[in-house]
Design a protein around this ligand. Structure first.
Ligand SMILES: Cc1ncc(COP(=O)(O)O)c(C=O)c1O
Length: 409
């Protein structure tokens, strides 16, 4: 079937939750995605931060082929070779102790919300139903299931489905006083994206995160870092919170973990992890052999000497190029982000730029209406960045013209 036929079929057959870009992807290689007409796109969307190693990475493909000859699934009632080593590796990387494997970001957010409540009950058995609140941060995005959604800030996502999980309150972004005021003994956990992704690549300030960590310690609450988008090398560090030398009690990862197969992990401190006993939590698919084997390979690659350093170096170059563009184009209000999680906030809507960039052969994303977000594979090279900047510049300059005309009209 060609693009038009697929589009028409999906229009009839899918529950209409997505607005797709007008291309039919059929093949990928490195930083490039190809459509059914053979047109090549340089991918600065990276499958929304999933395709960290690009398309068709040879070692990943080999591991996939090898393991696909073995069992694809065994259930969590049976041991297989890869879950234990992967758990040990993730725990070591995060400086934590134990891991629970799920399938998606939102699923491990749910796990963490449950763990925070279970831990509070374990620590305070005399008052089991009083410590259940979770503090989240304004402008955050944690997922679509009812608990994660309750911790997700934009009303457009939450409102249609209320009532959501009770006991989740929002703290104002960067506001330490608000954080202190809301951090009562009822709080079981503080949940934060170290760098907000869907919210427009907004970096948490060190003093805010540090205050949250201290308040968690003082109140026996769990300090939970959602590294689902910003973690696993995206910022040029294994975890974004490492920049501030923080010590979360729980770290959540997902997107790039298994190179495109669904896998997520909740990594926790030993005493918190032990709040879950057998039967208290579980999932059918989480931590399957194929996913875990691929994840071991992904982590091995991220850990190779120089890999993350290169992400920082290329990311800094990308950021400089965007900053230079900002000097020239008033339509860019701000450049944000770290490593290869970068964004430019525009003074006008960016949706058309995404379409125009696509026509020019580049996949980018727009979030929060005015924020162009870049999440390329971590193997992106300077020449890809130069090509993107060269393509974006006239498009953004054109935007400036349009705005001017609007102003004069
Ligand atoms: C920071 C963050 N947390 C949680 C999620 C939810 O992950 P998933 O879509 O895998 O459920 C996302 C997805 O974009 C995310 O960016």
């Amino acid at each position: 079937m060609n693009y038009e036929e697929i589009k028409e079929l999906e229009r009839r057959a899918l529950i209409p939750t997505y607005e797709r870009l007008p291309i039919l992807a059929v093949r990928g290689e490195g930083c490039y995605l190809y459509d059914d007409r053979g047109k090549r796109y340089t991918d600065f969307l990276g499958g929304l931060a999933v395709n960290a190693l690009g398309y068709g990475q040879p070692e990943i493909m080999k591991a996939l082929r090898d393991e696909s000859e073995n069992v694809l699934h065994v259930s969590n009632l049976i041991y297989h070779r890869y879950q234990g080593p992967l758990a040990e590796k993730l725990a070591r990387l995060a400086g934590l102790d134990r891991v629970f494997f799920g399938n998606s970001g939102t699923e491990v957010i749910e796990g963490a919300l449950k763990l925070a409540r279970a831990y509070a009950r374990l620590r305070h058995p005399a008052e089991p139903f009083e410590r259940f609140e979770i503090l989240a941060v304004e402008n955050s995005f944690h997922g679509r299931t009812l608990g994660a959604l309750a911790a997700t800030w934009p009303e457009k996502y939450r409102k249609p489905f209320e009532p959501l999980t009770p006991g989740i309150r929002f703290v104002r972004l960067h506001d330490v006083d608000d954080l202190r005021a809301k951090f009562t003994p009822r709080v079981a956990g503080f949940l934060v994206e170290t760098i907000q992704g869907e919210g427009g690549v907004v970096e948490m300030r060190e003093e805010f995160l540090r205050a949250a960590q201290e308040l968690c310690r003082e109140n026996d609450a769990l300090f939970i870092c959602d590294e689902i988008q910003c973690g696993l090398g995206r910022t040029g560090r294994m975890f974004a919170y490492e920049r501030f030398s923080l010590k979360p009690d729980v770290v959540l990862v997902a997107k790039p973990l298994a190179a495109g197969l669904p896998l997520a992990a909740m990594i926790a401190r030993d005493d918190a992890a032990k709040a879950f006993a057998p039967g208290m939590h579980g999932t059918t698919f989480g931590g399957g052999p194929l996913q875990c084997r691929l994840a071991l390979k992904v982590l091995e690659i991220l850990e190779r000497p120089g890999f993350l350093e290169r992400v920082r170096e290329v990311g800094a170059y990308f950021r400089r190029r965007l900053e230079n563009l900002k000097q020239e184009l008033p339509v860019i209000r701000e450049v944000r982000g770290e490593g290869l999680m970068l964004a430019v906030e525009l003074t006008v809507a960016g949706k058309n730029i995404v379409r125009q960039a696509l026509e020019a052969g580049f996949l980018i994303n727009c979030t929060q209406e005015k924020v162009l977000r870049f999440l390329p594979p971590l193997i992106v090279e300077r020449h890809h960045i130069d090509e993107l900047i060269a393509a974006l510049k006239p498009l953004l300059a054109g935007l400036r013209e349009e705005t001017r005309q609007e102003v004069h009209a």
